[in-house]
Structure formats: C-alpha cells, structure tokens
Design a protein around this ligand. Structure first.
Ligand SMILES: [Mn+2]
Length: 372
C-alpha cells in the first residue's frame, strides 16, 4: 500500500492580514498530481487542515475541492483534527465527507467506540488532538487526576488505538520545532515520550510539528511538516513538505520525503537604521514576505515610507536588542557630550555645530550649578 502523508495545511492562515490560502491551495493541487503520478492508494491528513475555528469560505472550499478531486481519482483519505481545527465542525461534516471516501475524526474515540477503522485492507487508528485537560479528565477518576500526567494518559490512549497504521496530532519528546532561529527540544508535560509509542504500530503518521522529521524508528514515526512556511518564526530553510510511504504486507515501511518549496519565503531582516538605505535594493528584490526589525525607534514617517517602498513588507518592529541594552550602560559612562554625540550619530544627524552649542550650554549650566 502506498500512502501520501500530509499535515498542517493551515488553510485560512492570515499572516499580518495577508491570506496565505492561495499559496496553500497551489500546494494541494500539486499533491493531487503526486497522488496520480505516484499511484497513491490512501491519503492521510494528520491534523491542522484549518488555521482557526472560523476560516474563510475560500479556505473551506479548498479542502472540499481537494477531497472531491481525490474521490474522482478513486483514492480514499483519513483525516484527524489538529489543535487548530474546528473539531466539532469537522465532526459535523464527517458524514458528508464520508460520501467522498474520507473518514474524518474530530474528537477522540477509543477502539471500542470506533476509533480504529479499516481502509483498503489496513487497520488505522485515528487519534485527533486532545487537550491535556480533557484527556486527563476523560481517562482517570477524579481522585486520580492530580497524580496522573498527560504523558501517562497518552500512553494509554496510544495503546488502546494501536494499529498497523496510526494517525496522531501531538508533540513527541525530542522533536525539533519548526522555528529555525532557536534550536531547542520539545520536552515537558505536553510532549509524549518516545517510549510511549506502541511497537505494534508499523507507521505512525504524525502532525503538529511544522518541520519535517522522523522522530522514532520503532515504531517508524514521521512529521511531514507544513506545506508552506507559515510564520516568520519558522526557518526559511527548515525541511517541510509531504511523505510518500510504502507499507509492504510485511517488513518496515519505506518513507520517501518529498520536499515542498511551495508558497512564498518569509524572511526577517535585522538592521540598524543607518543600514536601511544601503540595503533597499536587496529588500526590494526579495521574492517573499518581509519583516524588518530595526534597532532603536523609527518615526511613523520612516515606517510609512518603508511600507510604501516595499509592497511585500508585512511588519516593521523596533528592537530593544541585547546589544542596545549593553550600549545604554556604556552611554552612561560616556559623559553628556560624548553621549549626545553618540545619540546624534545613531540618528544619522551628527552635526558638529549642534554638538558644539550643546557643549557650551552644558558648560553654562554646570558652571551655574557650581557657583550657585
Ligand atoms: Mn499546526
């Protein structure tokens, strides 16, 4: 059996007011091409189809169109809700999507309630996103709640739903987040330890973390990543895309990452005010969306001019950077004249005449202070 594993579409995503839906829709059209050319038997969508509980009609139409096209290709799909999805709404649409061969699971059902389905001769467990609060309350008796953790609850749920194929929307401990700028690891109460992943699962199709990566070898578990770079905080070069998974009748699955370079790149430029002019050409040529972080304070006029000159500029922020903090202390040691000179320099309007006049006035004031 050949699977196409995808997750974290985030249809309806607004980035500083810019609707990313058309970029995501273009990616979904490419996925349909892959389904055709790679003779995919089953599509699995591991949550976060939508970005918010209420998205635009256009965003909903994109999802509907995708599943209708799959239906036309004769390819079934499995879908679970992520933390961003409107889970009740997905649950309400489930019977209708079922007519198109899509099994949708918005809220958690245990195996005995129908949490495991069969599709194309393969049994698949469906584990949509469940909040810590709900999960712990649902699984344990009141008096136990205080002693039980999310990880323990998830271990039980995973054990209950274990099947050759399992879809889940949660963080696995040790996964690298989508953000490219800071390298840290997801640990703590909301992450599931690898040791809790059932070995009976042949392929664990995850969603939630936006960077494509394998997080476990036994069972084989992967995040496909998001289709497009959704936020400035996510690294421009971070791996993302979809996964083609061959699930032979026996033996380990073979996973083929399909890197996605869909959508526009997002880049943050950190500049000092005096660098702006010299870098304008580069900023104009950047083909994606821009965020500017400028050290110090920018006048509304300068901001307005930047937005006018750069139509794909989405945000300008002032930066109280670490470096600036350090300099402030330095300035205190400089004395008034040198400090004022430094200030004028940073503002790009250092004038010797002004500085001389400043020194004179200061001397006058200090002289008066001493004689008084
Ligand atoms: Mn997501």
């Amino acid at each position: 059996m050949r699977l196409l594993h995808t997750a974290d579409w985030h249809l309806g995503k607004l980035l500083k007011g810019v609707d990313r839906t058309p970029e995501i829709a273009a990616a979904l059209r490419d996925l349909l091409g892959l389904v055709r050319s790679e003779r995919v038997d089953l599509v699995v969508v591991s949550g976060d189809l939508f970005d918010r509980p209420q998205v635009s009609a256009e965003a909903e139409a994109c999802a509907v169109e995708f599943f209708m096209e799959l239906k036309a290709l004769g390819v079934p799909a499995l879908v679970i809700a992520g933390n961003h999805d409107p889970k009740e709404r997905l649950e309400a649409l489930a019977p209708l999507l079922g007519l198109a061969g899509v099994r949708v699971r918005g809220r958690l059902l245990f195996a005995e309630e129908g949490g495991v389905v069969e599709v194309g001769g393969v049994r698949a467990g469906l584990l949509p996103f469940v909040s810590e609060r709900l999960l712990v309350r649902r699984l344990f008796q009141e008096d136990e709640v205080l002693h039980r953790t999310y990880a323990e609850a998830m271990r039980r749920v995973l054990d209950n739903l274990k099947s050759p194929l399992l879809l889940g929307h949660f963080a696995v401990e040790g996964a690298r987040p989508g953000g490219g700028e800071f390298v840290f690891h997801l640990v703590g109460s909301y992450a599931v330890p690898r040791a809790s992943l059932p070995l009976e699962v042949r392929y664990l199709a995850l969603g939630h973390v936006h960077r494509q990566q394998q997080v476990s070898e036994a069972p084989v578990a992967w995040y496909p990543g998001s289709l497009v770079q959704l936020d400035f905080g996510e690294g421009e070069g971070a791996e993302r895309g979809v996964l083609l998974v061959e699930l032979p009748p026996s033996g380990p699955p073979r996973v083929h990452p399909v890197p996605g370079r869909w959508g526009k790149p997002l880049r943050t430029y950190r500049l000092r005010p005096e660098e702006l002019d010299g870098r304008m050409g580069e900023l104009e040529r950047f083909p994606g969306y821009l965020r500017l972080v400028v050290e110090g304070r920018l006048s509304p006029q300068v901001k307005e001019n930047l937005f006018r000159a750069l139509p794909h500029l989405l945000a300008v922020e002032g930066a109280p950077l670490q470096a600036a903090e350090g300099r402030r202390e330095e300035v205190q040691d400089l004395g008034f004249v040198e400090g004022y000179a430094r200030y004028l320099e940073e503002r790009g309007k250092k004038e010797e005449a002004l500085l001389e006049r400043f020194a004179e006035v200061l001397a006058e004031v200090e002289g008066e202070a001493f004689t008084a």
